[in-house]
Design a protein around this ligand. Structure first.
Ligand code: CUA
Length: 289
C-alpha cells in the first residue's frame, strides 16, 4: 500500500512539475494548464474571440443548469400534488431563439473577417520570405540572402535532392541559405511563409503564434504570414500525425531582434544550387519522389 502511495506521489509531482520545471520552460514558457502566451499580431483577436465564446457559453451553461436544477427540485413528485399541463410560452420561445441567432451571426461574421484578414489579404511586400518544406521527420528551411528574394518554388520539382523544388539556375536563389530544424525570425517584422511537403501531410503549428497550417505535398501555400511582437524561444512542432517519427519532428524557433537575426543570417553559407538535380534527367527526380 505504501508503495502505491509513493508511486501516486511521484506521478502527482510529475504532473505538477510540468508547469514549473525549468527543463520544460525552454519549450513552453508558460504553464500547461492554460493558453500559452501569444506573441503574434493575429493572436490577440483569436484570443479575444476565444474568451468571448468561453464567457458566453460559460454563463449560459450556469444559467441553464441552475434553472434546470431549480425546476427539478421545485416540481419534483409529491404526494397529492397533480401535474400541470403547459403548452409553452410563445414569447419566451421567440426571445430565446432570437438572441442566440444574433450571437451566432455576430460570431460568424467576426470569425470570417478575422480569417479573411489572416489568410486572404496579401502579406506586406516587405515581409521576410521563408520557405519551409516538411519531411519525415524534420523541417527544411530556406531563407533569402542579401537580395531579399527567395528562389521560386515549384511543387512539381520537389524531390529528395531538391526539397524546395527550385530551378538551380534561378538567380534569386544563388544567395539563399538553408537550415534544418532551425528557424529564426526578427521580432516585429512581417514573415511570409511558403509551405510545402516532400512526402506526406505535415503541419506548421506554433501555439504562441496561434498559427496552424497544413503542409501538403504537391502544393506550395504562400498565403500564410504573421508578425511577432515579443522575443522568445519556441518549439516548431509538427501537428499532423505523419508517421512513426512524428513525435520527434520538431525544430527550434527563435524570435530575436533584427540585429541578432542579421548576424545569424550572415553566418549561414549560401546553399549550393542543388547540384545533383542540376544536370539530372527529368525522370530521376520523378523516380525519387
Ligand atoms: Cu510531420 Cu507529424
Amino acid at each position: 500500500m505504501s508503495r502505491l502511495c509513493r508511486w501516486m506521489g511521484l506521478w502527482l509531482m510529475g504532473i505538477l512539475g510540468l508547469g514549473s520545471s525549468t527543463g520544460w520552460a525552454e519549450i513552453r514558457e508558460t504553464g500547461v494548464w492554460w493558453l500559452p502566451r501569444n506573441v503574434s499580431n493575429f493572436g490577440h483577436e483569436i484570443d479575444f474571440i476565444f474568451y468571448v465564446i468561453l464567457w458566453l457559453t460559460g454563463i449560459t451553461a450556469v444559467l441553464v443548469f441552475g434553472v434546470m436544477i431549480y425546476f427539478i427540485v421545485k416540481y419534483r413528485h409529491r404526494a397529492g400534488v397533480g401535474a400541470i399541463h403547459s403548452h409553452g410560452n410563445n414569447t419566451l420561445e421567440i426571445v430565446w431563439t432570437t438572441i442566440p441567432v444574433f450571437i451566432f451571426l455576430a460570431l460568424a461574421i467576426y470569425g470570417n473577417e478575422m480569417w479573411a484578414k489572416m489568410r486572404m489579404e496579401t502579406p506586406p511586400t516587405d515581409a521576410l520570405q521563408v520557405a519551409i518544406v516538411g519531411e519525415q521527420f524534420g523541417w527544411n528551411l530556406r531563407y533569402p540572402g542579401p537580395d531579399g528574394k527567395l528562389a521560386k518554388m515549384d511543387s512539381q520539382k520537389i524531390s529528395k535532392e531538391n526539397p524546395f523544388g527550385i530551378d538551380p539556375g534561378d538567380p534569386d536563389g544563388k544567395d539563399d541559405f538553408t537550415t534544418y530544424n532551425d528557424m529564426v525570425v526578427p521580432v516585429g517584422k512581417a514573415v511570409r511563409l511558403h509551405l510545402s511537403s516532400k512526402d506526406v501531410i505535415h503541419s506548421f503549428y506554433v501555439p504562441e503564434f496561434r498559427l496552424y497550417q497544413d503542409m501538403v505535398p504537391g502544393r506550395v501555400y504562400d498565403f500564410v504570414w504573421f508578425k511577432t511582437d515579443a522575443k522568445g524561444h519556441f518549439q516548431l512542432a509538427c501537428n499532423q500525425l505523419c508517421g512513426q517519427g512524428h513525435y520527434k519532428m520538431f525544430g527550434k524557433l527563435g524570435v530575436v531582434t533584427q540585429e541578432e537575426y542579421d548576424s545569424w543570417a550572415k553566418g549561414k553559407a549560401p546553399a549550393p544550387a542543388t547540384a545533383s538535380t542540376a544536370s539530372a534527367p527529368q525522370n530521376v527526380s520523378v523516380a525519387n519522389r
